[in-house]
Design a binder for this molecule. Sequence first.
Ligand SMILES: [Zn+2]
Length: 232
Amino acid sequence: MHGSVIGSSQSSIDLGVADPCEPLELVIDYRPSVDHGHDAGTTHNVPVSGGHSISYGGKRYELDSYHFHTPSEHSIDGEFAAAEIHLVHTDVAGDVAVLGVLVDESEQSAGPLHFSEATAIESLLPDTTTHYAYEGSLTTPPYTEGVVWIVMKDRITLHPHWIETFNERYGANNRPIQPLNGRNVMLGWGAPHIEGQVPKRAEHQPWQGGTAAPRPKRHKASHWLAGCMPEP
Ligand SMILES: [Zn+2]
């Protein structure tokens, strides 16, 4: 699309309308790494190199970078989270998939206090792969559409001091909610889900800064509720 034209499938949106849906398999394959970010003017941007990927619906996307918004860009039934992390991936054709992680504040969080702290990428993921999915756009210019959005349903926590520091530096940098315009929003259940058991990450790592090397993380969402996707 032309950069100056904003289409009808824009992000972000309110995810409260999501329907439990037919599967598209989500595999998150992030490797141990600790990356340093930099001030990108409107946000804190963290470029990452090699080896981290997701596959969604059988399509593989490599992780290029991640950044932060405060408050969150996506809302659930009108409620915003304190922050939202966007892990930005591209495939070989240049198609974009963004994995969003909503962040709550917690005094108990071991999450970073300062921007200068290096971040272990797997500490940015919640415990399960249950997620919302829809097709939208970049939330910054040129607002390009055709972006696959995967927003994790479970959240992580960061220390309130981190959120305050971010707000002082960047102010509110979340794009307002955009009209849905009839788009499907799917809610897919993550990880092997057994009735009565909440799927949890196998080993929950505390915040990993510095040189600690967490073990590889491989999430697999294999169980979904049947639902709203039309037959192919
Ligand atoms: Zn973003």
